[in-house]
Design a protein around this ligand. Structure first.
Ligand SMILES: [Zn+2]
Length: 442
């Protein structure tokens, strides 16, 4: 038996037409290979697909980091309408005041008693549990600024098919594509009886783009500790171009500070320029990824290539005619190898070579080394990625597989042209279903 649970109550809000899973597959299959026709509005294509409707609904809500309340509320209502039990976890932003609405993580699992009516035979006689085997997780915050959702045909109409329709806007790739695909994966597998409702849970976290505070709060929570004993795998959603990530680089951040002495610029010998103190160190650090390891450079590896450096922020002095008293810079290192403590040692050594008096202050963040991931699923191309994720922010027991997978490219994420195609979304839906079944050994 197939039912579209809760669709009647919610989809009219998200879609202009109510479409059941079977219908969606029919439309998808029928139109996939066909040329796109001008008499079909782009928005009608979205409206005909629960997956694309869901994606549009969450992308239309602005959710720059620390302002995730509204998109969290929408997800709660969608999940409850689809017979999920939802637990929210408040994650107040640092320096929050009561005037802002509180942001929260969303953790949800199927209400087994309601899904059992679908004939998922594997739960018959089974003790109702809230200890899922597979967790699907992605983040609901985005980088600024919010860019409105839009649809376009990138190629001339004569050469376009339905799957070429481009969906653009902030978060369409990173990471709301994964939020929508993971949620739809769960709904489709549950409604078809493809998985037992007690096997899967969803986790949508805040704060990934800035501090990872959402995932860390989940990892530290009683809820996680009480429910994680059955995990076989966690599926993390980030843009991987539909490939399975075999690992990602590590990261370490440094704030460098110089304190000099202010003076009139006409008499610079009476002061000490903080800018002059910090610049040689920044020049050295800027090149540290290109220097061979044997000569004091950052670690390299066959898997990830070179470590890279970004001198991302500098501030020094107050005016052109004043010898600067303070200077500071923020530098990010993307690590291709080694440990964080090894990298700190290399960086400190490089700075002290041009600062033998030890006047510069070095403040390191709590970074992490390269993160290996599982990629043992046949039928997927693999990739390594240079960006950080929430993967190291959650403590995982020995033996639990960690997969990183999602539609769209990181190369457009965070930019003004962020976007992906209908085909990307639908391929990822199929990919996630295969990953869940693989993790459950079905
Ligand atoms: Zn992301």
């Amino acid at each position: 038996m197939k039912l579209s649970l809760g669709l009647t109550s919610l989809l009219p809000i998200l879609c202009t037409a109510i479409v059941h899973d079977n219908d969606q597959q029919a439309i998808t299959g029928q139109q996939h290979a066909e040329q796109y026709h001008s008499n079909t509005k782009l928005s009608d294509v979205i409206a005909a697909s629960p997956l694309l409707c869901l994606h549009r609904a969450i992308c239309e809500i602005e959710s720059v980091t620390d302002d995730e309340f509204a998109v969290g509320e929408l997800l709660v209502s969608i999940l409850e309408a689809h017979n999920f039990t939802v637990k929210t976890q408040s994650v107040p932003p640092p320096n929050s005041n009561n005037s802002t609405k509180g942001r929260f993580n969303v953790y949800a699992y199927p209400d087994v008693s309601k899904y059992s009516s679908l004939g998922a035979s594997s739960i018959e006689g089974e003790h109702v549990t809230t200890k899922p085997k597979v967790l699907l997780s992605s983040h609901i915050d985005t980088v600024p600024p919010h860019i409105p959702y839009s649809l376009s045909l990138p190629k001339p109409e004569s050469k376009s098919s339905r799957k070429d329709i481009l969906i653009s806007g902030r978060g369409t790739v990173d990471d709301k594509a994964c939020v929508a695909v993971q949620l739809q994966t769960a709904l489709d597998l549950l409604s078809s009886g493809g998985v037992s409702p007690s096997d899967v849970a969803l986790l949508f976290v805040v704060g990934e783009e800035k501090r990872g505070d959402g995932m860390r709060a989940f990892s530290d929570s009683k809820l996680y500790k009480a429910t994680n004993s059955g995990y076989k795998a966690i599926l993390f959603g980030e843009p991987t171009e539909g490939k399975l990530a075999a690992g990602h680089k590590g990261i370490e951040m440094l704030t460098l500070k110089a304190r000099g002495k202010a003076a009139h610029s006409g008499y610079p010998w009476l002061g000490r320029s903080a800018n002059s103190m910090i610049l040689p160190a920044l020049t050295v650090l800027d090149a540290l990824g290109d220097i061979p390891e044997a000569e004091g450079g950052l670690p390299r590896s066959d898997k990830y290539g070179k470590s890279t450096v970004n001198v991302g922020y500098m501030q020094g002095g107050v005016a052109g005619n004043v010898v600067p008293e303070y200077a500071t810079a923020d530098i990010t290192f993307r690590l291709a190898g080694g440990t964080v403590s090894e990298v700190r040692e290399i960086v400190t050594h490089a700075v002290r070579k041009v600062d033998p008096e030890g006047l510069l202050e070095l403040e390191f963040s709590q970074g992490y080394g390269p993160v290996p991931l599982d990629a043992d699923v046949t039928g997927f191309d693999t990739i390594t990625v240079n960006y950080g994720t929430d993967v190291p922010n959650i403590e995982v027991k020995e033996g639990v597989k960690r997969y990183l997978y999602g539609p769209g490219s990181i190369l457009v994420a965070h930019g003004k042209d962020e976007g992906l195609t209908v085909g990307d979304m639908e391929e990822a839906l199929a990919g996630y279903k295969r990953l869940v079944k693989h993790a459950l050994e079905l």
